[in-house]
Design a protein around this ligand. Sequence first.
Ligand code: PHE
Ligand code: FE
Length: 291
Amino acid sequence: MSDFEHVFEKPPEGAAADWTISQNWRAYTEVEHDTWDTLYARQMEILPGRASNAFMKGLQALDLNTGGIPDFAVLNPKLKALTGWTVVCVPGLVPDDVFFDHLANRRFPSGQFIRKPDQLDYLQEPDIFHDVFGHVPMLTDPDFADYMQAYGKGGQRAQSLGMLKNLARLYWYTVEFGLMDEGDGLRIYGAGIVSSATESVFSLEDASPNRIAFDLERIMRTDYRIDDFQQVYFVIPSIEALNDATLEDFGPIYDRLKGASDIGIETILPYDRVITQGTQAYAHKGGRFAA
Ligand code: PHE
Ligand code: FE
């Protein structure tokens, strides 16, 4: 799920200079196609009413349930026509600069493999179900499509400034584990949640995690855990508002962050806006953050 770790230093055998590999769709086995269908059906039992409108709409527009693992040769023309994005296959996690370069050019790197039937609920590296089912529907949303590209460019910049650790937290708490307040309740838009049956329920319904209104600088100071359900989720009022909040120049924020301490995953600060079940996080003022 984390796209920020170096695994190899140069592209492995068979990969292109940009680390892409062929999807080799014809080589998937029946068992692998069945795994996709099983995971898809399971999520569709859970996600209506829980996943954001943007996600559900994207899922429908892309038609990812035609039987088995989607063929990128079929998927890409649809996605490209909607927002100019495409999906490319990579052999697992890629170096940060490679990842950012793909995003900055509206290419989303996806794992080629799918999890084994005995790993439906847990895997360490992102597979094609997480990457395509989890991430790609959101890329059909024009605002989210822009956000992801901006993140790619921002990543290149953060890397050159030595601030990647802070920026990666923004990716984690939005792209991977973000919640959205749609006015009539909280919904999921983060790929790490929508691709997980158990966390889809936990993130919205469990009493234990904190759900805190989105605050850019606060997020960039907050640790995250990769080994368990999240202890804290951040709630945006809309994708448009997320975009607006991240348009600003992060330079001054990075300067402040250099002197700031990290915030633990269970910490609630006095100024945090904690969202409890049934409370609306935001007054809806045209999708912008209420003051
Ligand atoms: N505005 C950010 C910067 O100045 C770039 C960015 C946009 C980063 C969106 C993440 C998401 O660096
Ligand atoms: Fe991911």
